[in-house]
Design a protein around this ligand. Sequence first.
Ligand code: ADP
Length: 384
Amino acid sequence: MEFFSGKKTIGILGGGQLGKMMLSVTRKWDIKTKVMDPNEDAPSRIGCNKFVKGNLMNYENVFDFGKDVDILTIEIENVNTEALDALEKKGIKVYPQSSILKIIQNKCHQKQFYQKNKIPTARFQIFGSKEKLKDAVVRGFISFPFVWKTESMGYDGYGVKIIRSNQDLEEISPGPCMAEELVNIDKEIGVIICRSPKGEIKNYPSVEMEFHPEANQVEYVLSPAGISKKIAKKAEQIALSVSDAFKHVGLLAVELFLTKEGEILVNEVAPRPHNSGHYTIEGSFTSQFEQHIRAILDMPLGDTSNKVAGVMVNLVGKEGYKGPVYYKNIEHILAIEGVNPHIYGKKETRPFRKMGHITVINKDLKLARKIAEQVKETIEVISK
Ligand code: ADP
């Protein structure tokens, strides 16, 4: 393999924390990397061989970056897919494939893909504009409450809103969107699948995601999920059917809803390392980041089972603080057994910005969850 202490290079579009964690694997295996990000101080900067400043949505920037790498991958899905398509035509291996990214970048197309492939998902209707949606409400074609989702560029809940009244409807941004049935959620489940070019497929066990009530952001990820074996298996089977429909290369993180009625619905997917898989660094035999690198190199995939139970807690900027970051009380949490902090290296904090995460490992999941809460209450992401 010419990647290991060799001349070949992996290019990564995006230089955030996901890229940084991927680079700890390429460092371990002495694989050359090149990273592009618009931010000069991106977290990945310290882990790659070459850093290029560029706009991920700009055709020329992406094409120029990708034309001399051997394999091109991403750590964020909002990249210029026309450039990826042209690079594929030139013979560059692009994983995930540009055709998959094109579908995933558009929430409406993603939902239509599930419908076409008979994958269970919440009912939805698509609208070309906010006005058309409002018109459908006036005519009684859809009724409150429902969930509004913008077609593109939403992330971490910014393009999603529960609409309960005309007032809520007024506040949404214009543009193409969908109205989705408000699901009666019991638990949010995540399943990460990995697939290699030769078609080897492995799934990680189902995890449970606990959300912060105000920020609509994942606060804790529990592995294994607190659900029955039967439901976990069903979630994994549905995730595998999504993977089979996409025929992606690399990771595919599948987010699912377990409804109060016991149904499992696919919410959305991300074809890259995912927050719900951070626990795998300390909790699994093979981390999601190593698995992704194995897959894009078409090497044997690693063992996805848990060594131990894990709870991941996101470290986000505390409300009321903005500016150069300071991790208060980090020395106290480091004194607790099984606590593994990851600091992403973003210089500035702001409320709810993802600044790092902490994985708590323990033989006992309940104890790990308790320690995670203690950790969350102790450490403060502030500015001085
Ligand atoms: P994003 O891409 O911004 O993360 P999601 O589609 O994942 O947006 O939605 C964010 C969160 O909003 C979900 O994790 C879930 O808690 C809630 N949500 C999304 N869709 C629905 C729905 N149809 N019914 C109920 N809650 C939903």
